[in-house]
Design a protein around this ligand. Structure first.
Ligand code: SAM
Length: 155
């Protein structure tokens, strides 16, 4: 599955803070804007994009950044056996929460953006997992009037 644009500046500002000093995995690079923001503060960033055309754009944006690794393919294959990561930015269209949790170290953070404010938890698989699963502690924050994010920590 491909689609979705770049993360908004408010989310990139949050990611810069949360990535500080951490090894980061980004699921869905799109055009590399989120990875470039996190690379400003992270110890390392591995970012994965399934769409070859998007990956090519991201590669150009990220070339010359020594702490960034761009992988092309489905993150579920590309990141198998990698990690654990201190921050996982789950932005890749496929939300296999068990696999995402597996990528995070204990105490590691998982970030999900693009949430519509005001929606119920019930019936929303993203919120049901991140806000209720006993393996994570999480909070939902407004980053713009029309977008919330969830920041979760793996217990
Ligand atoms: C919302 S965009 C990512 C934006 C980017 N994280 C940023 O901060 O600018 C989602 C991207 O995930 C990619 N994607 C979807 N499914 C994927 C998968 N299984 N593995 C890797 N990338 C995937 C899409 O092609 C799309 O470019």
């Amino acid at each position: 599955m491909t689609g979705g644009g770049s993360s908004v500046p408010e989310v990139r500002a949050l990611l810069r803070v949360l990535a500080t000093g951490r090894d980061v995995a980004e699921l869905g690079s799109a055009f590399g804007e989120g990875a470039a923001a996190m690379a400003e503060t992270a110890r390392s960033v591995v970012t994965v994009e399934v769409d070859p055309k998007r990956a090519a754009v991201a590669r150009r944006r990220l070339e010359g950044m020594p702490t960034v690794e761009l992988l092309e393919g489905d993150w579920r294959d590309a990141l198998r056996g990698r990690g654990p990561f201190g921050l996982v930015f789950a932005d890749g269209g496929v939300y296999d929460w068990d696999a995402i949790l597996e990528l995070a170290e204990p105490g590691g953070l998982i970030v999900k953006d693009d949430l519509t404010p005001g929606r119920a938890i019930d019936g929303d698989p993203v919120r049901e997992f991140l806000l209720r699963d006993p393996h994570v502690t999480a909070t939902e924050l407004a980053v713009t009037p029309t977008m919330n994010v969830i920041v979760a920590a793996k217990r």
